[in-house]
Design a protein around this ligand. Structure first.
Ligand code: AMP
Length: 216
């Protein structure tokens, strides 16, 4: 016999079935302004660009034309995709701003750059990089933790590059500084394909991406 409860559950299920699923249209990539020593890093950067285009996803990134950053942007452009670069005026020369992008936005500060890159994207993909890459990554992780935004982040563990970072997160959980429930805010995946799949599956319901806009 159908009960009121099971009717409600069925209706809720039906509503969920018809609710539009969020779609990953634009990904912000954080990665090194250096190429790294092992050629496998630049190969991963190029593969990322090609994969984004094959999945119909636009690239948002820091606007530089050097290292991993330049390789991701060039591979998206070569495959006919769309790239938005966001670069602070003072980095135009050191990072050799990429002048062939679909759009290059020049901002006043590093903070504005991060804010705009976040606003323009649905999720964040992290490839190997140095201090800048980790700064950008952890700022987004902490915005998630503080519920400023709900856009998912995934790191691609190219050649085990993020093994130590994953271990540090576990170490911080067991030391009592990161709550176990938040240990997965940065998802670490072995391949770009898997990372993009996780990002797509983790997109928040429409309207929740910017949970508390303006709080930061
Ligand atoms: P890196 O991983 O150090 O090669 O830097 C990658 C990107 O992060 C570059 O576009 C840098 O300009 C940027 N970056 C470097 N330092 C910072 C910082 N403190 N905050 C935000 N972005 C940074």
């Amino acid at each position: 016999m159908m009960t009121a409860h099971s009717n409600a559950a069925r209706n809720a299920g039906a509503a969920a079935d018809v609710a539009p699923r969020p779609v990953l249209r634009s990904v912000c990539v954080f990665c090194g302004s250096a190429p790294g020593h092992d050629p496998v890093f630049m190969e991963a950067a190029r593969a990322t660009g090609a994969l984004l285009v094959s999945r119909g996803i636009g690239l948002v990134y820091g606007g530089g034309h050097i290292g991993m950053m330049g390789a991701v942007a060039d591979s998206v452009l070569a495959a006919g995709g769309r790239v938005t670069g966001v670069i602070p005026e003072h980095l135009m020369r050191p990072e050799v701003a990429h002048l062939g992008l679909s759009e290059l936005v020049v901002v006043d500060s590093m903070h504005q750059r991060k804010r705009l890159m976040a606003d323009r994207s649905d999720a964040f993909l992290v490839l190997p990089g140095g201090y800048g890459t980790l700064d950008e990554t952890f700022e987004m992780v902490t915005w998630q933790q503080l519920r400023i935004q709900a856009k998912p982040l995934a790191a691609v563990n190219v050649a085990g590059y993020f093994d130590l970072l994953a271990r540090w997160i576990e170490h911080s959980v067991s030391s009592g500084f990161i709550h176990r429930s938040q240990s997965g805010l940065l998802m670490v995946e072995p391949t770009v394909e898997r990372a993009l799949d996780r990002l797509q599956a983790s997109l928040p319901a429409p309207g929740l991406a910017q949970e508390q806009a303006g709080r930061d």
